[in-house]
Design a protein around this ligand. Structure first.
Ligand code: NAP
Length: 494
């Protein structure tokens, strides 16, 4: 039923030429086994595409092609030309922006406005790193006579990129653009639930002039090909974004070959609102922090840590606004789309049902939602759970859905302690007019990035990554490049 309704959404042309093949050595290929996996539109619960289901033999072929390209045409491509290719890729992503955004929404469920934003960000990653390709230069070291010493920045080699389902194209661009800028090759494994845009990107990179084999994209089960990539003898670095348990597994497998890893894992990030805050800004910021992509964001502000003096008024406003948020198929561009799968929706619901059973106040939401015409979709209401204890599992565990957990505090000092009171350390936000308090909080909070008076402030140039269970290594900005080059020091006695 939902598919028929989709045809009637004005201004949305659903592509008929969805990506169907993997890319190895610059060619479209099927899995050697011939097996395929299906991908579901989470707003309808219906299969709308299928892609190859790769196995270890396909991983071997992709890594071998990647290494050949690294030693051959890519090494012989001038750095300035690498930059031009990345720049052309950014232009081609913008040319195909609407097609990519629609595919991303069908695959992930996110509202079209958010997919359009993701596509624009993906283009911006290629543009940003295009400019650095011919500027990664080393140092000279003044040892004095009779020595001459200098460093080279060399590519690490073949890089593997394992991608989650919540930001498929953006996460791919975030890792691949700096990797290619620094002269590496890439083997990308998108999530099985959202494989399409990583495949569509391959077409654009080839059109932009990328030599065959520099970007390879494999679709298939993470437990098979993600695991094989992480421990592959031919892979020199693994950039993994996903859940904590899988990240730990990737690190263990990579350790067997002493392969370096970047781990971008989960979060339970606090949005602190002090009594002197601009509450209008705090309400807007908190809504975006938790309900963007239906809360399925590692950096979501999923805990509101609020001073008791403004708790009641802020909660009233948040509840009123949360109830007004539209929910529907992402292509009709609501404020919230569906969750990624029924399994995931049941996980989210079990957290809320458990909270209700423990006597925690469900201030709003707390239930699945039926959207007319899309009864098979995995929709869940924007939810707020009030006055939750610091040790409660709602505070300690990532729910990864549209569920805001409120923690009430008496002071700025308690707010900091509460903010730091989880095993995660990805992001933290604070709303206050007191700049000293804001900067003290920024200094002392366990987080890779801190937002003051605007949650999610920043962008492509601002470094991003975690502490504690949220992982290590940095992506975005110039900091990302550190994972993608190694320093070779050459010293001569002359
Ligand atoms: P996930 O289950 O860990 O999957 C992530 C990726 O790993 C998928 O491509 C998956 O493939 C693959 N994978 C599965 N098993 C594997 C294995 N044994 N070895 C190697 N790769 C394997 O995580 P998710 O549920 O997709 O994503 C949600 C999590 O990601 C959340 O915890 C969220 O916080 C985190 N996240 C973090 C960031 C960040 O930047 N810090 C960004 C986004 C998401 P299949 O899909 O085929 O299983």
């Amino acid at each position: 039923m939902g598919r028929d309704l989709l045809r009637e959404i004005p201004g949305v042309a659903i592509p008929t030429d969805l990506p169907r093949h993997m890319y190895i050595g610059g060619r479209q290929v099927d899995a050697i086994s011939g097996d395929r996996i299906e991908t579901v539109d989470p707003a309808t619960g219906q299969v709308f595409a299928d892609v190859p289901s790769a196995t270890i033999a396909d991983v071997d072929a992709a890594v071998d092609n990647s290494r050949s390209a690294l030693r051959g045409p890519w090494r012989d491509t001038l750095p300035v030309e690498r930059g031009r290719i990345l720049h052309r890729t950014a232009q081609l992503i913008r040319r195909d922006a609407e097609r990519l955004a629609i595919i991303e929404t069908l695959d992930s469920g996110k509202p079209l406005t958010e997919s359009r934003g993701d596509v624009a960000t993906a283009a911006a990653y290629f543009e940003y790193y295009a400019g650095i390709a011919d500027k990664l230069q080393g140092d000279s070291i003044p040892l004095g006579t009779p020595y001459m010493s200098f460093t080279l920045h060399e590519p690490v080699g073949v890089t593997a990129h394992i991608i989650p389902w919540n930001f498929p194209l953006v996460t791919t661009a975030r890792g691949v653009a700096p990797a290619l800028a620094a002269g590496n090759t890439a083997v990308v494994k998108p999530a099985s639930q959202t494989p399409l845009t990583a495949l569509a990107l391959a077409d654009l990179l080839i059109e932009a002039g990328l030599p065959a084999g520099v970007y390879n994209a494999l679709t298939g089960r993470g437990g098979v090909i993600g695991d094989a990539l992480s421990g592959h003898r031919g892979v020199d670095h693994v950039t993994f974004t996903g859940s904590v348990p899988t990240g730990i597994n990737v690190m263990k497998v990579a350790a067997e070959r002493v392969t370096s890893v970047t781990l971008e894992l989960g979060g339970k990030s606090p949005v602190v609102v002090l009594a002197d805050a601009d509450l209008d800004a705090a309400v807007e910021g908190t809504l975006k922090a938790i309900y963007m992509n239906a809360g399925q964001i590692c950096s979501a502000g999923s805990r509101l840590v609020i001073d008791r003096k403004v708790h009641a008024s802020m909660l009233d406003r948040l509840v009123a606004r949360a109830r007004q948020l539209s929910i529907g198929h992402g292509l009709s561009d609501p404020k919230l789309g569906p969750l990624i799968s029924d399994t995931h929706r049941r996980t989210v619901a079990s957290y809320v049902d458990g909270a209700r059973a423990r006597g925690i106040t469900v201030a709003t939401g707390g239930e699945s939602v039926d959207v007319a015409g899309f009864e098979g979709g995995y929709f869940y209401a924007p939810t707020i759970l009030d006055a939750v204890h610091a040790q409660d599992q709602l505070v300690q565990e990532e729910i990864f859905g549209p569920v805001l957990v409120v923690q009430v505090v008496e002071s700025a000092e308690e707010a900091l302690a509460v903010a730091n009171g989880t095993p995660f350390g990805l992001c933290a936000g604070i709303y206050t007019r007191d700049v000293t308090r804001a900067l003290r909080f920024a200094r002392d909070v366990d987080a890779g990035q801190v937002f003051i008076n605007q949650y999610f402030a920043g962008g492509v140039p601002t470094p991003f990554g975690g502490t504690k269970l949220s992982g290590f290594g940095r992506e975005k900005g110039l900091a990302a490049l550190a994972a993608y080059y190694q320093v070779k020091c050459i010293t001569a006695r002359i």
